[in-house]
Design a protein. Structure first.
Length: 118
């Protein structure tokens, strides 16, 4: 698997690399240490994966905020939601604000749900 970057917005020329007569496939994105890197370094694929993980927690949080005290809800946020957002933030956090907007809205939604239990 090969991921090629280009300093310009134009298309990256396809490179053919062979190792032991096996051609290395050129891909548009790859995952390294659970961070999805795309060939344009826009981080949209990674942000979408994080949002998908957080969407799975919305229903759980809706059910828990009625039954648990504030301290437990805070612990749930820092155990299950915060790490997904924080991991790799140094890398993907400097992308365009419009790309990060969906992630910010999802985080705010989860925080609002957990705060309603307060």
């Amino acid at each position: 698997m090969l991921l090629a970057f280009s300093p310009t917005q134009s298309n990256v020329p396809r490179v053919s690399i062979k190792i032991s007569n096996t051609e290395i496939k050129c891909v548009d994105n790859c995952q390294y240490l659970c961070v999805t890197i795309d060939n344009k370094l826009q981080w949209t694929a990674h942000i979408d994966k994080v949002i998908l993980k957080l969407k799975r927690l919305v229903g759980i949080c809706c059910k828990l905020h009625y039954k648990l005290p504030n301290r437990c809800l805070q612990d749930i946020y820092y155990a299950f939601i915060h790490p997904y957002i924080l991991y790799g933030l140094e890398v993907y956090g400097n992308t365009c604000v419009s790309y990060m907007d969906k992630l910010t809205k999802m985080n705010n939604k989860l925080l609002r749900i957990l705060e309603e239990g307060a």
